[in-house]
Design a protein around this ligand. Structure first.
Ligand SMILES: N[C@@H](CCC[C@H](N)C(=O)O)C(=O)O
Length: 277
């Protein structure tokens, strides 16, 4: 199987061009390639394929093989892949990607690098955020009281505001939120947010199906939406994650959130997929 390893501020996936390749059992392949010791090493698997309604389609799988409905960092990388690999004409500065959360439009800048044109900074129309909890909602996790804001941007998020994220034991509290009865059967992605000022938040994330990742685009969007809803920030927020920064902007007229950030191709390769995964 030929693949391309890409990352969006450290949220890394194995991308397969399904215009050319067929992946018979994506959930099993996701578990296999994601393994950082016995596979390629990634937060999951993303398939890029033909679409009847958009320039291409994204199908994403978490590290544990579960299906993701939407992936913010992933969709930026799909946009970059589609442009850089000629899936759309070179004069385009926007394209569309079909996801399980609807068709996403991406606008991007293009730069010349080593004699080739490449998509650089990508802005995704993430659509509207939907509140899925009280504002905020109390919850007891592992015997401690928290309050969270539940937001869906296609996939489910629980956003928790706290004084400092520096000493957070995400490996302990992350799984407890993910598996809490309140969030079953779908589980949840949990964002731990430190407010810095009215245009700046810091975030760590525990993703359902993948654990701690260095960034989460849908998580950053949901967190900015929660911060704006709570009146903590202005409508444009810089989100600082472990792997870098994303800019999230709420357009009041449309109610849509726009996420801007980079996408990077790291390397390409091929890997034999065992028959009995
Ligand atoms: N890292 C992603 C989100 C991936 C999916 C998530 N774990 C889920 O199952 O909902 C992002 O950048 O948004």
């Amino acid at each position: 199987m030929r693949f391309t390893k890409m990352q969006g501020i450290g949220n890394d996936y194995v991308y397969v061009n399904c215009f050319e390749e067929t992946v018979a059992d994506p959930a099993a392949v996701a578990r296999f390639v994601s393994d950082r010791h016995f596979g390629i090493g990634s937060d999951g698997l993303i398939l890029i394929g033909p679409s009847g309604t958009a320039d291409c389609r994204m199908d994403m799988y978490n590290m544990d093989g579960s299906r993701g409905v939407m992936c913010g960092n992933g969709v930026r990388c799909v946009g970059k892949y589609a442009y850089d690999h000629g899936l759309v004409p070179g004069d385009r500065r926007s394209l569309t990607v079909e996801t399980l959360a609807g068709v996403k439009t991406i606008e991007f800048t293009v730069e010349e690098e080593n004699g080739r044109f490449t998509a650089r900074l990508l802005t995704v129309d993430m659509g509207e955020a939907r509140l899925t909890s009280e504002l905020p909602e109390p919850i007891n996790v592992d015997g401690r009281d928290y309050s969270f804001v539940g937001i869906s941007v296609g996939n489910p998020h629980a956003v928790y505001f706290m004084d400092s994220i520096d000493d957070l034991r995400l490996d302990r509290i992350g799984p407890s939120f993910e598996m809490h009865p309140r969030f079953q059967p779908d589980r949840v992605n949990t964002e731990f947010i430190q407010l810095v000022d009215r245009n700046h938040i810091r975030m760590r994330v525990w993703e359902r199906g993948s654990g701690e990742t260095w960034a989460c685009g849908t998580g950053a969007t949901a967190s900015a939406a929660a911060a704006i809803l709570m009146g903590y920030t202005e409508d444009e927020v810089e989100v600082e994650l472990r792997g870098g920064k994303l800019r999230i902007r709420l357009d009041r007229e449309s109610g849509h959130l726009f996420m801007t950030g980079p996408a990077v191709e790291v390397f390409r390769g091929d890997i034999d997929i065992p028959e009995n995964l």
